[in-house]
Each structure stands twice: as structure tokens, then as C-alpha cells.
Design a protein around this ligand. Structure first.
Ligand code: FES
Length: 142
């Protein structure tokens, strides 16, 4: 896959075993894409795509996902095809673009298997769906 290529399901065929020496292998395979906006002010929005076996577990209510309910349950039921999830790749702190398994040093912040933003070490867990608040995180002290 090269920069500018359209993402295709076949790019993610090894998603159940994929790894890149950051965190654990087999949790899913990520890619970054742009979502072209129809608006005039914002031409492209960066999105993170992840194909992960966790999506099937979420949809089936297995393991730690047995208690998903309400809006989160509705979202998972409506948005699970072939184990893909995607989200706007923008940190709520100062709008940097974080990444899943993107930064080798993320293990130091217990974020090797999570979405890590190296601006001020914000960490997001793609395997724990929650309702988005879009509230800015407080700036670090000191
Ligand atoms: S923009 Fe992500 S931690 Fe600052």
C-alpha cells in the first residue's frame, strides 16, 4: 500500500496477526486515510481506520463487552462490518493527529496498544468504546 492509494479490504487481510514491533501483535491493523469533506472550509479530515478482531467481540457482547448498552450498543450494532472501525483522528487536547501503534516510545506511557498523542501524552483506548464528549482535556501541570 502506498500513500494516496484507496484503502481496500485486502490491505487488511493479515489483521488478526499483524504487528509492527510496537505493543502486541494480533490486536488489529491500522491505516490512516483522509475523508473528503463536502464543506468549503475543511477540505480533508484525517481518519484512523482499524480492522480488529475486537469489533466482532464487541458486536457479540463477548468478554469485557458483555455490558455494552444504550447508545454505545446501538453504535456497535450499526457500525460493524468485517471487523472495521474508524474515527476522526484528532486529539481533544490541541487537535494533533495521534495514532494507533504509530509511536515507538508510547510504551513508556502504557499506550503501545492504544492511540497515543505525543504532544502531551494523551492516550485513547480504541477497544473501550465510549460516547464522545469532544471536551478538551486539561493541560498538564508543570
Ligand atoms: S494534541 Fe494531543 S496531547 Fe496535545
Amino acid at each position: 500500500m502506498n500513500d494516496g492509494d484507496k484503502l481496500r479490504v485486502e490491505h487488511f487481510e493479515d489483521y488478526e496477526s499483524w504487528g509492527n514491533d510496537i505493543g502486541s501483535d494480533g490486536l488489529g491493523k491500522p491505516a490512516v486515510a483522509t475523508w473528503r469533506s463536502q464543506g468549503e472550509d475543511v477540505k480533508e479530515i484525517q481518519v484512523q481506520v482499524l480492522r480488529t478482531p475486537a469489533v466482532s467481540k464487541m458486536a457479540a457482547g463477548e468478554d469485557e463487552y458483555a455490558d455494552l448498552a444504550g447508545e454505545i450498543r446501538e453504535f456497535i450494532d450499526a457500525a460493524t462490518a468485517e471487523d472495521f472501525i474508524a474515527w476522526v483522528n484528532r486529539c481533544t487536547h490541541l487537535c494533533c493527529n495521534p495514532g494507533y501503534k504509530k509511536t515507538p516510545g508510547s510504551a513508556k506511557f502504557e499506550a503501545a496498544d492504544k492511540v497515543y498523542c505525543n504532544c502531551h501524552q494523551s492516550v485513547y483506548d480504541p477497544f473501550s468504546p465510549t460516547k464522545a464528549t469532544f471536551a478538551s482535556r486539561p493541560r498538564p501541570q508543570g
